[in-house]
Design a binder for this molecule. Structure first.
Ligand SMILES: NC(=O)c1ccc[n+]([C@@H]2O[C@H](COP(=O)([O-])OP(=O)(O)OC[C@H]3O[C@@H](n4cnc5c(N)ncnc54)[C@H](OP(=O)(O)O)[C@@H]3O)[C@@H](O)[C@H]2O)c1
Length: 234
């Protein structure tokens, strides 16, 4: 509550639709972000599993430890925090994202953030919705980094960034070269359109009266809906 009050006071010129809630309340949102220390992420997701069913869950936790002056990546079960969360709640749609964005800059609504955000997921819709959210933050570029298996190197790479922060006494962010801006813009537009369609379908599903039909729809939406890029028809 105090955190929310502080945020509302800090950004009093803006209409922020935020409120305090416990984990169950937070998990009632349409899209849920898990931003706990890495060793609490899976348990936290599991504790609200019933509320996460069928939803996009953004995992931004990094499994790291510091030994002396060195940051070391840890390898959690299934290779990444994001994959552990997906295994804990199989019928939600985990997207791993935002691991490399410095918290201070992310929390400053007045300054654009010069940063790329690598997004990976086994669910096309999770990538699209995360892409749409990230794309709304000025100067941030959401990038589709592939399936959830990519969360392993993405999370581990954070140790390198923290090491650079320590060495150069700064807060680095990731910015990749060589990706055509037009492609990023097209992907962003497609994601925004898909997110709008998903919201419309969800509203339709919410209105459905047949409970059995609803649960069947959710099970389908949680299946791996990402097509292998190079797959050839059998
Ligand atoms: N800081 C960054 O710049 C940054 C950037 C990108 C990603 N991340 C990742 O985001 C995650 C959070 O980072 P942070 O710096 O915000 O960490 P933090 O301040 O230590 O933790 C965030 C919140 O997690 C809750 N929490 C603490 N221990 C928990 C546990 N065992 N189980 C469930 N919840 C717990 C706490 O909420 P309550 O106080 O309400 O208990 C705390 O306020 C980390 O995994 C980090 O790797 C951080």
């Amino acid at each position: 509550m105090e955190t929310v009050d502080n945020l509302l006071e800090r950004w009093s010129g803006r209409e922020l639709a935020i409120g305090a809630a416990d984990n169950a309340g937070a998990a009632s949102a349409d899209v849920v972000v898990i931003a706990t220390p890495w060793d609490g992420a899976t348990q936290t997701a599991g504790s609200v599993a019933d509320k996460l069913r069928g939803k996009v869950v953004v995992s931004m936790a990094n499994a790291l430890t510091r030994i002396g002056k060195e940051f070391q990546p840890l390898v959690p079960p299934r290779g990444s925090v994001a994959a552990s969360v997906q295994a804990e709640v199989p019928d939600c749609l985990v997207a791993a994202a935002l691991h490399h964005v410095p918290a201070k800059e992310l929390g400053d609504l007045t300054e654009p953030i010069e940063s790329d955000v690598l997004i990976c997921s086994d669910h096309r819709s999770a990538v699209e919705i995360t892409n749409e959210i990230v794309g709304k933050i000025p100067n941030m570029r959401p990038l589709d980094a592939g399936e959830l298996a990519m969360a392993t190197p993405i999370e581990s790479f954070t140790a390198v960034l923290l090491q650079l922060n320590l060495h150069y006494k700064t807060r680095v962010a990731v910015k990749l070269t060589g990706i055509p801006e037009a492609k990023i813009a097209a992907e962003r537009a497609a994601s925004a359109a898909a997110a709008r369609n998903a919201a419309a379908s969800a509203a339709g599903a919410g209105a459905a009266k047949d409970g059995a039909a609803k649960s069947d729809g959710k099970a389908k939406s949680a299946a791996n809906d990402r097509q292998p890029k190079d797959a050839t028809p059998a």
